[in-house]
Design a protein. Structure first.
Length: 457
């Protein structure tokens, strides 16, 4: 098919693919350059003969059929994607906030309610149990029911159970509320998917790294809120309620500004709806919609693909890499979240006196949390130069050594004030390289999966 679609910003008119059929010359048949039924594909060096469209391709004869990848490339990057970035980033911030929130809340409740160490640790485990269930339920639900509904559901669950946590008065009720928050967290990969699916390939890597800043801002927000509510106001309920606000903001912003993923609609055969969303996005980006997507343009339907299941990961071809990646992910999660919990405990300044309130060295915790901004920036600057694997090796090593020294120094020091500077330095170093390895691992795994899924569409 020859297309004369006008182009913009140097974008060449894409070639249609996927609906043509090809034939090879029969054995003994000589190539005939004048044969009108055989055309050479110059992009493949003129060696692949192809048959022009069949007569039933009337839709391509009358209009221009483009792939979803081509349609996204025409969209470019502009205010529409930045708006989706902010809405998705609010969800991402809510995810990063929860473990920091629990690192404060569990210590406060342990002292206020005289909880044992086991009961205190169980509250944190409850969050991850909920996240596991949420991932298993909300992830597949996003594939069958759509990205946007699960985006809103996850934000609603986190904010709803977050506000519930602020008013409960019993240990079991606290555990149930934390478990509910964890379920919502399990669905927070979906906003990440929506952002990725609206980005052209060449911009996807950069913008999926920029969203990491929302994670770090969320962590800093929790520390600031803790300082005001726990230190000055002496109320953990206000601390929890204010920490639920970003999830509520994500819910409202997502409802107002985030449409359904055009790629998901396309995968469900709703090509007209997908194209309408792309036209809307192009208009918000300040593009000439009729120039980029003329009225006669249509999206090429998705080809049927063989369905895969989780059990395929354990086929001989994939079993080894699956187990190694799971091990890397488990190591990152254990180290990163453990570092956050350890840092807050190290800088807990309350004594074992009769005082029922817990206090913290908020300055030291804020500095260690700000280290994640440094870590995120460091990843952006060096990951493409060093590579993901070498960066992971360095970050795992440095973070592990720094965290071990932090815990040993905190446990062996008789005077907190005299050891504060080295403790803060070690806490800062730990969080920098924990963040570096967190992003490098997730970029190696999650982004690769999303990129492959986008190519799948």
């Amino acid at each position: 098919m020859s297309s004369s679609i006008p182009t913009s910003r140097g974008l060449d008119a894409p070639k249609s693919k996927g609906r043509r059929t090809y034939r090879h010359l029969s054995l003994g048949e000589e190539e005939n350059d004048d044969d009108p039924l055989v055309q050479r594909d110059e992009d493949q060096g003129g060696n692949e003969p192809r048959l022009p469209r069949h007569d039933d391709d009337d839709e391509e004869e009358d209009g221009h059929c483009i792939t979803m990848d081509d349609a996204i490339e025409r969209l470019g990057v502009g205010p529409f994607q930045y708006r989706v970035l902010v809405c998705s980033g609010l969800c991402f911030a809510a995810d990063g906030m929860q473990i920091v929130l629990l690192s404060f809340l569990t210590l406060v409740l342990q002292k206020e309610w005289s909880l044992s160490d086991e009961a205190t640790a169980a509250l944190t485990s409850t969050l991850f149990a909920g996240a596991m269930l949420g991932t298993l339920v909300l992830g597949p639900l996003a594939d069958t029911r759509g990205r946007r509904p699960v985006f809103l559901l996850a934000a609603a669950v986190i904010s709803g159970f977050g506000f519930l946590l602020a008013v409960v008065n019993h240990y079991v009720a606290v555990a149930v509320a934390i478990f509910g928050v964890g379920i919502g967290i399990g669905g927070l990969t979906v906003p990440f998917d929506i952002l990725a699916e609206f980005l052209p390939a060449e911009h996807r890597g950069t913008h999926l790294l920029l969203i990491e800043y929302f994670w770090t801002v969320g962590c800093l927000y929790v520390v600031g809120v803790a300082y005001v509510t726990l230190h000055y106001l002496g109320t953990w309920r206000g601390f929890v309620a204010l920490s639920a606000l970003p999830s509520l903001a994500a819910l409202i912003a997502g409802y107002l500004y985030v449409p359904e993923s055009a790629r998901w609609l396309h995968s469900q055969g709703k090509t007209d709806e997908a194209l309408e969303i792309l036209k809307l996005a192009a208009g918000e980006n300040g593009c000439d919609v009729h120039f980029l997507y003329p009225d006669q343009i249509v999206l090429q339907p998705e080809e049927d693909e063989v369905e895969s299941t989780c059990t395929d990961l354990f086929l001989p071809k994939w079993r080894g890499i699956t187990l190694r990646l799971w091990g890397a992910w488990m190591g990152f999660a254990f180290g990163y979240y453990g570092a956050i919990m350890a840092t807050t405990r190290v800088f807990s300044t309350s004594s074992d006196s009769s005082d029922s309130t817990e206090d913290f060295d908020y300055g030291a915790i804020f500095i260690s949390s700000f280290a994640e901004v440094v870590g995120t920036t460091l990843v952006i600057l060096v990951i493409d130069r060093w590579g993901r694997i070498p960066l992971q090796v360095v970050s795992y090593s440095v973070a592990g050594i720094a965290l071990a020294l932090l815990c040993m120094l905190a446990g062996g020091s008789s005077s907190f004030s005299s050891a504060r500077l080295p403790l803060v330095s070690l806490g800062f170093t730990t969080r920098v390289f924990e963040m570096v390895r967190s992003i490098s691992v997730r970029r190696s795994l999650v982004y690769s999966i999303i990129a492959n899924a986008v190519d799948y569409f």
